[in-house]
Design a protein around this ligand. Sequence first.
Ligand SMILES: [Zn+2]
Length: 163
Amino acid sequence: MSVCDLCGSDVNVTEYKVAPKEEVVNLCETCKSQIESGNLDEGYFNCLNDSMWSENSAVKVLTYRLLKQLGRADLLDMMYLEPEEQTWAEYEEEVLKDSNGNILKNGDTVTVIKDLEVKGAGKTVKRGTTVKNIRMCDVPEHVACKVDGIGSIYLKTEFLKKV
Ligand SMILES: [Zn+2]
């Protein structure tokens, strides 16, 4: 039987992916619900005192993130992460939002809310243009998409409105 990698409980233990890697840790119901809701009970998470010494990178990375969220600089100072683990731990998923603050996802359809010049192409994406199937991309605050008559471009999310 598997137990929670953080607190050792065996209540409804399931796998939890430590993004952006595919590696997982085992979490009990209580740990998981607190982590997913973002409401961490500091008293409950005393278990991090132990999990911070884990040999398992995924457990260390998750513990590091939680300690940071809890503001436990004292414990973070004692932790040792390999450079690769450090990068992993500091990874933050970029959440892209449209002009109204709605979260954008792959495959969404948006409309453009103002005329946008396409740099270097001498073309303009007109206000009101509907763009289907947007994609997350490497350019911060932009989505990748294909616009009829223009081609594959990046659009800044603050000029888009989710349909
Ligand atoms: Zn737990």
